[in-house]
Design a protein around this ligand. Structure first.
Ligand code: FE2
Ligand code: FE2
Length: 269
């Protein structure tokens, strides 16, 4: 199947099976003209809900002993994975002129995100929840107007949202393990491993795509949406090791350790 055809299939699908369809072989002979997809079609019951900070807060860690609360977390994470699937399909359509290797790498990452959705679905179903039982949010789709180049894409997805998961995945995984849920813990472990390679994809391509001079971190800061402060690239407990494994340079890691100071400096400069 052609990447373009696959991406359109995903974005216009109204059944979860089609969002998660894996053609097993894909080609990219005809990337076609750029399409900037406005909003994805969603299966019934999986449309975007309005997110309210208070009402839609995830259950606190001290309540993870209750399986319903772990299921709520897994449902939210599955929602993020589905958004990642769709944004990757968006990028395949938006950037037909990107290097072939970039597009193939992106397609492989998309495939892994589809697997993540399936794995989260299995785990939440084990705990009695079905995907779509709880509200799903628009999050990443709110930023697509700022996705105008492959550099913008890696800055937002790989180097912000996926990088933040290098903190969230082990943090939630450890909590699930503490509460005796080894299956959910193992899933978070797999997510972390895959996410390291997705961040590495972003690090590699921001280096490759940038013009000769600018430092990749400077370019990253210029490229992310103005609505995404760099602190969105981290969780509340900062993990250095997976970032090193993903090839994030020292000065980038240091800046993320104190993002507010850094951001204030940026704003005032
Ligand atoms: Fe994922
Ligand atoms: Fe990912």
């Amino acid at each position: 199947m052609e990447l373009r055809e696959w991406a359109i299939h995903i974005l216009s699908a109204d059944r979860i099976e089609d969002k998660l369809f894996d053609p097993s072989h894909f080609s990219d002979f005809n990337p076609g003209p750029a399409i900037f997809w406005n909003e994805p079609t969603r299966p019934p019951g999986m449309q975007f809900s309005r997110h309210t900070r208070k009402k839609d807060k995830l259950p606190p860690f001290q309540d993870h002993h209750h399986p319903d609360n772990r299921a709520i977390c897994l449902h939210r994470f599955a929602g993020h994975e589905l958004l990642a699937v769709e944004i990757m399909a968006f990028a395949l359509l938006a950037f037909p002129d990107a290097p072939r290797q970039f597009r193939m790498g992106l397609a492989n990452t998309l495939r892994e995100e589809q697997v993540h959705v399936k794995l989260y679905m299995e785990q939440m179903e084990r705990l009695g929840l079905k995907f779509g039982d709880l509200p799903l949010f628009k999050h990443f789709w709110k930023q697509t107007e700022y996705l105008t180049s492959p550099i913008d894409y890696v800055s937002m997805m790989s180097l912000t949202f996926e990088m933040a998961n290098l903190d969230f995945a082990p943090h939630y995984g450890a909590s699930f393990k503490r509460n005796g849920d080894i299956d959910a813990y193992n899933l978070m472990k797999q997510i972390l491993t895959d996410e390291i390679s997705h961040v590495r994809f972003g690090m590699r391509w921001i280096q490759k795509l940038k013009q000769a001079d600018p430092d990749a971190f400077e370019l990253y800061k210029e490229s992310i949406s103005p609505h995404l402060p760099i602190k969105r690239a981290r969780g509340f407990v900062f993990q250095e090791e997976p970032r090193r494994a993903a090839g994030v340079p020292d000065h980038w890691i240091e800046a993320l350790k104190n993002p507010t100071t850094h951001q204030t400096a940026l704003i005032s400069s």
